[in-house]
Design a protein around this ligand. Structure first.
Ligand SMILES: Cc1cc2nc3c(=O)[nH]c(=O)nc-3n(C[C@H](O)[C@H](O)[C@H](O)COP(=O)(O)OP(=O)(O)OC[C@H]3O[C@@H](n4cnc5c(N)ncnc54)[C@H](O)[C@@H]3O)c2cc1C
Length: 404
C-alpha cells in the first residue's frame, strides 16, 4: 500500500465513507478507506431508506427494493399511554434491509471501482501545514503509528469522530441517546396484519420510573419472518431550555426500555414472547447541523455524514444525507481537480461553500431542522403533558398528515 499520492483519504468506512469511495472510484480517483473496525461499518445503525433516485444511482437500480424485508408507506402514531392512534400515509415506501447486507454491497462496489481498504486502523490525528490538511495519522492493530498523505481527507467517522472537536464540533450539540433493539420470533409481528411502522410519543414527566426523562419516541418496525427492529429515541433538538429534564445514563435508559417493553400500554404487546437478539445504547445524530465543514483556510479536509449531524422529522434519513454529501463533495472536488489534480491549489473554499449552501439536500436538512424544532416544541414543550397531548391529538395528527 502506498503512503502518499491519494486523491482521497477517507477516514471511516460507514455508509458516508463507502459512498465517497464508490463515487471517487467511479470518477477515476485514487482513494483509500481507513476503518478502525475489522470490517467496514462494524456497528449496525440505520436500516431503512426511502427511494431517493440517488440511491439507485449509487447502489444499482432497484437494489434497495430487491433487498428489502418490508417497505411500508404508512406509520401509526400513538398518543401518550396509547389512548389514541392515527395512521399517516407518508406517500413513499421506506425500504428495510439488513445493515450488513448494505455494507457488504457497498464495500464490494467500492472495491470494484479500485478503492483500497485499510482495516483495523484507527485514525488518530491530522497532518497539517500552513493551514492546510495534508493527510492523517493512524494506529494499526499492532499499535504502530503510520501516516498517509493525499490531496483531500474526508472526515466520515460518524458519531465516534475524534477529529472535529478541535474545529468546534461538539457531539453533545448533535447526538441524541437512542436504544437500538432487534428480536425474532415475535408472535405479534406479522406483516399480513401489522405491516406498518409504529411510533409512540412519550412526553417528559409521564413515566413514573423516570419523571425527568426528556421527551422520547419509542418505535417498532415490523420485518419479515417475525423479526422486528425497535428502539427508543430521545428528542433533545428543540429542548435546550426545557427545565427539569435530565439526560439519562445507560443504566437509566435501559431501565426505561425494560419498563416500556414489559408494561407500556400498546408498545409492550409487541415484545411478549419475542426473543431479543440485539440491544444497545447508542446515539442518533439528530440535532444541530455543524456548518464549518471545511475547517482549514487552505482546505484539504471536509467533514460529512453523522460527524456533522442532521435533523429530520422522522430521524431516519441520516443514511441518505451522509451518502449524498459524500457524493456531492467528491464530485465538486473532481470537477476542480480531476484524478491526480489538486483542487486546493487556488482559493476555492468560498465558491465550494456557496455551492453547498445552494444544494437541495443541504436546504432540505436546514428546513427540516426548523420544522422539527417547531413541531416538537409545540408537542413536547407548549403542550408538554400527557393530558394536553391527548386532548390536542387530532389537530396534531392532521398537521402531520398535511406535511407528509
Ligand atoms: C438506532 C439508529 C437507527 C437509525 N435509523 C435510520 C434509518 O432508519 N434510516 C436512516 O437513513 N438513518 C438511520 N439512522 C442514522 C444512520 O445510521 C446514520 O446517519 C449513518 O449510519 C451515518 O453514516 P456515517 O458513515 O456518517 O457514520 P457511521 O455509520 O457512524 O460510520 C462511521 C464509520 O467510521 C468508523 N470510525 C469511527 N472512528 C474511526 C476512527 N478513529 N478511525 C477509523 N474509522 C473510524 C466507524 O467504525 C464506522 O465504520 C439510524 C441511526 C441509529 C443509531
Amino acid at each position: 500500500m502506498e503512503k502518499t499520492g491519494w486523491d482521497f483519504i477517507i477516514a471511516g468506512g460507514g455508509p458516508a465513507g463507502l459512498a465517497a469511495a464508490i463515487t471517487a472510484g467511479r470518477r477515476g480517483a485514487k482513494c483509500i478507506v481507513v476503518e478502525k473496525g475489522k470490517t467496514p461499518g462494524p456497528e449496525p445503525r440505520g436500516e431503512s431508506i426511502a427511494p431517493y433516485p440517488f440511491m439507485d444511482e449509487l447502489l444499482g437500480k432497484e437494489w434497495l427494493k430487491n433487498n428489502s424485508s418490508n417497505d411500508p408507506s404508512f406509520r401509526r402514531f400513538h398518543s401518550p399511554l396509547d389512548k389514541k392512534n392515527t395512521l399517516i400515509n407518508v406517500h413513499k415506501p421506506y425500504y428495510f434491509f439488513h445493515w450488513e447486507k448494505l455494507i457488504t454491497h457497498m464495500t464490494r462496489l467500492a472495491t470494484e471501482t479500485g478503492a483500497e481498504f485499510l482495516l483495523e486502523s484507527e485514525v488518530t490525528g491530522l497532518i497539517e501545514k500552513e493551514n492546510r490538511c495534508l493527510g492523517v495519522q493512524y494506529k494499526a492493530s499492532d499499535n504502530s503509528t503510520h501516516e498517509l498523505l493525499g490531496t483531500t481527507v474526508l472526515g466520515c467517522m460518524g458519531h465516534n469522530d475524534t477529529l472535529g472537536s478541535r474545529f468546534g464540533i461538539e457531539r453533545e450539540d448533535i447526538d441524541c441517546p437512542t436504544i437500538k433493539y432487534f428480536s425474532r420470533n415475535a408472535p405479534k409481528i406479522n406483516l399480513e396484519t401489522h405491516p406498518n411502522l409504529q411510533f409512540y410519543m412519550i412526553p417528559s414527566g409521564m413515566l413514573e420510573i423516570a419523571p425527568d426523562l426528556p421527551p422520547a419516541v419509542a418505535y417498532v418496525f415490523p420485518l419479515v419472518n417475525g423479526e422486528m427492529e425497535a428502539g427508543l429515541m430521545l428528542r433533545l433538538g428543540p429542548l435546550k431550555d426545557l427545565k427539569g429534564i435530565k439526560i439519562p445514563d445507560e443504566e437509566k435508559m435501559m431501565a426505561v426500555w425494560d419498563f416500556l417493553t414489559t408494561s407500556y400500554p400498546g408498545f409492550s404487546d409487541f415484545f411478549h414472547g419475542a426473543e431479543t437478539t440485539y440491544k444497545k445504547l447508542t446515539v442518533i445524530s439528530n440535532r444541530k447541523l455543524f456548518e464549518r465543514v471545511i475547517p482549514h483556510q487552505s482546505g484539504g479536509l471536509i467533514f460529512m455524514g453523522d460527524t456533522i449531524g442532521f435533523s429530520e422529522a422522522n430521524g431516519s434519513s441520516g443514511l441518505y444525507f451522509g451518502m449524498a454529501q459524500a457524493a456531492f463533495w467528491v464530485d465538486k472536488l473532481m470537477e476542480r481537480g480531476g484524478p491526480g489534480g489538486n483542487p486546493w491549489s487556488e482559493p476555492v473554499i468560498p465558491a465550494l461553500m456557496r455551492e453547498y449552501h445552494r444544494w437541495d439536500v443541504y436546504k432540505y436538512i436546514k428546513k427540516s431542522y426548523r420544522d422539527i424544532v417547531l413541531a416538537e416544541k409545540f408537542m413536547f414543550k407548549i403542550l408538554g403533558s400527557n393530558k394536553k397531548l391527548n386532548r390536542w391529538w387530532k389537530p396534531i395528527m392532521a398537521l402531520l398528515q398535511m406535511s407528509s
